[in-house]
Design a protein around this ligand. Structure first.
Ligand code: SF4
Length: 204
């Protein structure tokens, strides 16, 4: 399965050519160093535990990371998405009650990291700001979200900055309009394909 191995590249290695021409992760700045300077020792220890768990040298009593889905639906229709195989089109938003329960369990078990929006577009949940704010009200050290960027408005970007949400990943999927349309499909794009998300520059 070597052909599916990606590599994490941090800024100083930009000229490196990967043998398999696959890149999973690229950072313009070393985010972990930045977050360590904000959260201090607690962040460093969490990353050490993360690396130990990834190498199967430590089995944590509680998860180091929780994947949090806020809604069941997306505003795009990408060709490669597992959503294409979902058997229901029902649009479900996570309720306040379940959000509160998950957040309180994360707090109780001292979960250091929460990831929002792995399999759906989280920024289309009508109460997303409230949900993200609740996440940041816990002792979690590393909150991050994934978005296709369509709803990354200036207002949302400012909010994420205000609450100091640690990481925002914007999936672009294409460098040119034609490829973008081909990959993401017409649904939900509303003719804005060539415009960058309004808030992307702010959170970068
Ligand atoms: S934006 Fe993400 S979740 Fe939505 S269809 Fe595309 S790949 Fe799937």
């Amino acid at each position: 399965m070597d052909q599916f191995k990606g590599e994490r590249i941090v800024n100083e290695n930009v000229t490196k050519v990967l043998d398999n021409h696959q890149l999973l992760h690229y950072e313009f700045t070393n985010v972990e160093k930045t977050l360590e300077s904000i959260h201090g020792d607690a962040f460093r220890k969490y990353r050490e535990r993360w690396n130990a768990a990834s190498a199967l040298k430590e089995i944590p009593k509680a998860p180091l990371y929780v994947v949090f889905e806020t809604n069941s639906y997306c505003n795009m229709k990408c060709k490669m998405c597992t959503r294409n195989f979902f058997t229901t089109e029902e649009k479900v938003n996570i309720s306040d009650e379940i959000v509160d329960r998950i957040i309180s369990q994360c707090q109780e078990h001292n979960i250091p990291s929460i990831f929002v929006g792995a399999s759906a577009e989280c920024l289309i949940h009508p109460d997303i700001k409230k949900i993200l704010g609740k996440m940041k009200s816990t002792d979690t050290l590393d909150c991050f979200l994934m978005t296709n960027g369509y709803n990354l408005t200036e207002d949302i970007a400012n909010y994420l900055i205000d609450i100091q949400f640690e990481r925002v990943y914007v999936s672009l999927d294409a460098a040119q309009d034609a490829t973008y349309k081909k990959i993401r499909g017409a649904t939900g794009t509303g003719g804005r394909e060539s415009e960058p998300p309004a808030g992307a520059e702010k959170v970068a």
